[in-house]
Design a protein around this ligand. Structure first.
Ligand code: DSN
Length: 424
């Protein structure tokens, strides 16, 4: 463990070796402290995770799997990878776990490439309805290798039209049905997806990257309980771990998945990341993490309620998870890019977001995406959500007025000053 005097020695060394990067690091730390992070895929890693990411494990190459490595010196790397795998299995009630994916995109690519053949059909959620780039957006390599077909949601209530989904599945005969999202504010009934997949003989994959921590804490449904074949999650979002990916699957797919990750897609795993993931899975199994996850959901509901009370229009009318998408065009008459910039000016970090079948282009879409994992990790609760909703609504209604924005920025600072960032 780094003591604070060791940390200041590290900083003094960096000041000599690379003052430009130290300055940028200090700037980023100050930004994270003073601002409020509302991007739903971002969070503050557990302090233990930051320690392990900067540890000696970063020096080690470990191609292969525990007990079957290509290089020597693996007694401790084997130990951490075995711990990470067994903890991940127990956390998610899974038969097999692979903890080596370097991040979310290679994680999903490893599943497609390991279980399917190029040209196979995959049924996945439409990007503008909340799906993800790696679910076959035409601009992604996966979109060129596989044939993706789409299902959509009803924007009025967020429900998935399973009759329409079944019709597409019958017509296109997918080899895999994918569910998962990065901007869908509702939960799924995984059993409904499984039923359709079974009817057409397709494999089932759930990418729960956004809500992995909420599933680990058992405050949201686990697709594996509905019999899904594969589940993927990044480890750095609601789980508060290192940047990285996790694949859990049925034992019968273990060999294909492992071979697809290494040597199929990747070389040496990042063992500092594997060590940090192991610790994350241990921390995520504790009662304190369950309380955190429940508060993430309560805060999202409170934020949605407080925005709605201020006449802000939300996509699907609310949220059942950790995120919400506000319609900036309908509510404030400005696009999402302008809204994001205004919120930046008052210290609230958000991202512009396409809404279902958005008539506007992705760099100037209609919506703004908000989430509660990071604010909750700072210790904020439903009372703070009301003040955040007020700052958002007043900022977006201020029409760029500099005086009003300065007063709103002061309110953000007053809020963040009371809630330190974990680990910084
Ligand atoms: N970039 C992540 C998100 O913001 O949802 C997903 O890759």
């Amino acid at each position: 463990m780094n003591t604070s005097s060791e940390r200041s020695q590290d900083r003094a060394r960096l000041a000599v070796s690379d003052p430009d990067i130290l300055l940028a690091l200090q700037g980023e730390e100050a930004r994270q402290r003073a601002g409020l992070e509302l991007i739903p895929s971002e969070n503050y890693a557990f302090p233990e995770v930051l320690t392990l990411l900067g540890s000696a494990f970063t020096n080690k190459y470990s191609e292969g799997y525990p007990g079957r490595r290509y290089y020597g010196g693996q007694e401790f790397t084997d130990e951490i990878e075995n711990l990470a795998r067994s903890r991940a299995k127990s956390l998610f009630r899974a038969e097999h776990a692979n903890v080596q994916p370097l991040s979310g995109s290679p994680m999903n690519q490893a599943v497609y490439l390991g279980l399917l053949e190029p040209g196979d059909t995959i049924l996945a959620m439409d990007l503008s309805h909340g799906g993800h780039l790696t679910h076959g957006a035409p601009v992604s390599h996966m979109g060129r290798i596989f044939r993706f077909v789409r299902y959509k949601t009803d924007p009025a209530n967020g429900a998935i039209d399973f009759e329409a989904l079944r019709k597409v599945a019958r017509e296109t005969k997918p080899k895999m049905v994918v569910c998962g999202y990065s901007s869908y504010p509702r939960d799924y009934d995984y059993a409904d997806f499984k039923r359709v997949a079974d009817e057409v003989g397709a494999l089932t994959m759930a990418d729960v990257s956004h809500i992995g921590g909420l599933i680990a804490a058992d405050v949201m449904r686990n697709p594996l309980d509905a019999g899904f074949d594969v589940m993927t999650t990044t480890t750095h979002k609601s789980l508060r771990g290192p940047r990285g990916g996790l694949i859990v699957c049925k034992e019968k797919f273990a060999k294909q998945i492992d071979a697809s990750v290494f040597p199929g897609l990747q070389g040496g795993p990042h063992m500092n990341q594997v060590a940090a993931a192991a610790t994350t899975f241990r921390l995520a199994a504790l009662p304190a993490f369950r309380a955190y996850a429940a508060q993430v959901l309560a805060n999202a509901k409170a934020l949605a309620g407080a925005l709605t009370a201020r006449q802000v229009k939300l996509v699907t009318g609310g949220t059942d998870n950790h995120l919400l998408v506000l319609d900036a065009v309908q509510t404030f008459g400005i696009d999402g890019a302008k809204a994001q910039a205004a919120l930046d000016r008052v210290g609230l970090t958000t991202n512009k977001q396409v809404i279902p079948d958005d008539p506007l282009p992705p760099m100037r879409p209609s919506g703004v995406r908000l989430g509660t994992p990071a604010a909750t990790a700072r210790g904020m609760g439903v009372i703070e959500m009301d003040e955040i909703a007020a700052i958002i609504a007043e900022t977006l209604g201020a029409d760029g007025d500099a005086g009003a924005e300065a007063a709103l920025a002061a309110r953000t600072l007053a809020l963040t000053a009371r809630f330190p960032v974990p680990g910084l």
